[in-house]
Design a binder for this molecule. Structure first.
Ligand SMILES: C[S@@+](CC[C@H](N)C(=O)[O-])C[C@H]1O[C@@H](n2cnc3c(N)ncnc32)[C@H](O)[C@@H]1O
Length: 190
């Protein structure tokens, strides 16, 4: 499926799939959405926890991972982040994403966005001393983790285009992957 990079209302880029008329992020603002849905209503719930394990459903552009990594600076936590993605973005798409500029990231942190993308898949890497990342190229229904995550960022495409991802089967997999008292956070797609 053809993907193209477009601008959202807050000036940050996202990927648009014309065939589905579907975006990777809210067209009202990719960065705004990442902060509102995943940081404010997800990550922030764990402010006082030392070790936090996070599973991202739909790693995509890596925006949620990057912002979470930036937030760890203020939170003093160790993050174990796993991003699952069946169709990784390519180098040309990455080149066109403007997140480091839009986030006004200091020069020493800019390279970390590339590091997130350039590390190999299926292996755990230290992106910063407080942020460990493992990217897994797999389909969501292949996830077999049990009681591993404090937090799930459920960032699949909406049910209008992928109804099979908003089913009891998929949410049972998410439930099993969460630790007791774990939290799944997602956006409103309808
Ligand atoms: C809404 S986008 C994710 C946006 C991403 N969180 C970001 O910040 O860029 C949904 C992602 O799920 C991936 N995807 C779609 N169906 C999938 C499936 N069945 N298994 C794994 N990944 C899938 C897509 O390639 C896309 O990257």
């Amino acid at each position: 499926m053809k993907r193209q990079i477009i601008n959202t209302a807050d000036g940050s880029t996202t990927i648009y799939i014309e065939e589905w008329n579907e975006h990777y992020h809210s067209k009202h603002g990719a960065i705004n959405e990442a902060y509102h849905v995943f940081i404010k209503n997800g990550f922030s719930l764990f402010r006082n926890k030392k070790d936090i394990s996070i599973l991202e459903i739909g790693f995509g552009t890596g925006l949620n991972a990057f912002i979470t990594m930036l937030e760890t600076d203020q939170q003093n936590s160790n993050i174990n982040y796993v991003g699952v993605e069946a169709f990784p973005v390519n180098q040309e798409e990455l080149r066109l994403l403007n997140y480091t500029k839009q986030l006004n990231v200091k020069e020493d942190k800019t390279a970390l966005f590339d590091k997130i993308h350039n590390t190999s898949w299926e292996e755990k890497h230290e992106i910063t001393p407080f942020f460990q990342l493992k990217k897994k190229q797999q389909f969501f229904n292949e996830i077999k983790d049990t009681e591993m995550y404090d937090l799930i960022y459920f960032d699949a495409f909406g049910a209008r285009v992928q109804p099979e991802l908003w089913t009891e089967e998929i949410f049972a997999i998410m439930f099993l992957a969460l630790k007791k008292n774990g939290v799944l956070v997602t956006y409103r797609w309808f």
